[in-house]
Design a protein around this ligand. Structure first.
Ligand SMILES: O=C(O)CCC(=O)C(=O)O
Length: 296
């Protein structure tokens, strides 16, 4: 459980890292199942509904970049959605009524894991209020050299930055024209089993993994139950209700005065944030190949 000081910090900075939320057994299960998915990815050379692949992926050297909606593909991942330690943190932040949205597992294998450019999740899925957060479960130790997530503290109170380029949504901000002061960035490190909680409007990104250790991050998106999506509202009422992880349903969305920018025209490269961001003209982070070339 988090303290009142943690809540105050989350409100002020837009993120918290909570140590040791998962048990040793949870961590071992997640590591084993994730290894199994990497093995299975050897048999495919194209992105699928489950696998998003790094450039250079092949059967001999599987380079899995993301498992899409893992909670729909394995009971160990599904179990984490309602993990009591995670739900308790969200209840302390927002009260009893909390709804899950979706999950993804970003893998950064030792020596190459792809960077993720700076963005605000809110640019992808604005709602009627901004009591939304991503919970990131550290499946491995997150260290200063394996591509841990970077955040800009307090940026959840900023405007919503332009996430378009070339006339369409690309899911990332231009690091030059945005005028953002990236020297303020802070890295979220921690032991395996710790979680990050970051506000939906917080600017965040992460570099390539040039270390010799993997960095696997299981991300869950959650929202207060009275936050109603402005983009892709639900079409199946029963399925929508099934997403509640605690508390009660409501027919009364809470509206607050939040800045909104819609993600249109839609990104032509669909499938994952990595594909969306390929059209971002100017990048902040170098990939592992560029870093290696510069070092040689
Ligand atoms: O994996 C990371 O470091 C950041 C993940 C993220 O921001 C995303 O997938 O939207």
């Amino acid at each position: 459980m988090i303290t009142d000081q943690d809540v105050a910090r989350y409100e002020r900075e837009g993120y918290i890292v909570v140590p040791d939320v998962l048990s040793g057994q949870d961590i071992a299960d997640l590591q084993r199942v994730t290894d199994e998915f990497v093995e299975r990815s050897r048999s495919t050379l194209q992105h699928t509904d489950v696998f998003d692949l790094e450039p250079g992926h092949n059967a001999e050297q599987p380079r899995l970049r993301r498992i899409k909606t893992p909670h729909q593909h394995h009971p160990v991942y599904a179990r984490m959605v309602r993990h009591p330690g995670i739900v308790a943190v969200l209840n302390k932040l927002w009260g009893p009524n909390v709804r899950f949205d979706l999950s993804k597992l970003n893998l950064k294998a030792a020596g190459f894991g792809s960077p993720i450019e700076w963005h605000q999740d809110w640019a992808f899925y604005p709602h009627t209020n901004d009591d939304l957060a991503a919970v990131g479960i550290m499946i491995d130790d997150f260290t200063t050299d394996n591509g841990s997530m970077l955040v800009i503290p307090g940026s959840h109170k900023d405007k919503i930055y332009d996430h378009n380029a070339n006339g369409h949504f690309v899911g990332g901000v231009d690091p030059v024209t945005s005028g953002i002061d990236f020297s303020r960035a802070v890295m979220c490190t921690g032991r395996a089993g710790s979680i990050t909680v970051h506000h939906v409007r917080l600017l965040h990104g992460s570099s390539a993994n040039t270390s010799g250790k993997p960095r696997r991050f299981l991300l869950h998106q959650y929202r207060a139950a009275d936050a109603w999506p402005l983009v892709h509202p639900p079409t199946d009422w029963n399925a929508w209700g099934d997403l509640l992880v605690s508390g009660a349903e409501t027919l009364e969305p809470r509206m607050t005065a939040v800045p909104v920018r819609l993600p249109y025209p839609a990104a032509p490269k669909q499938g994952s944030i990595y594909e969306n961001q390929r059209d971002l003209g100017t990048r902040f982070f170098k990939d592992a190949g560029e870093i290696a070339t510069e070092a040689s």
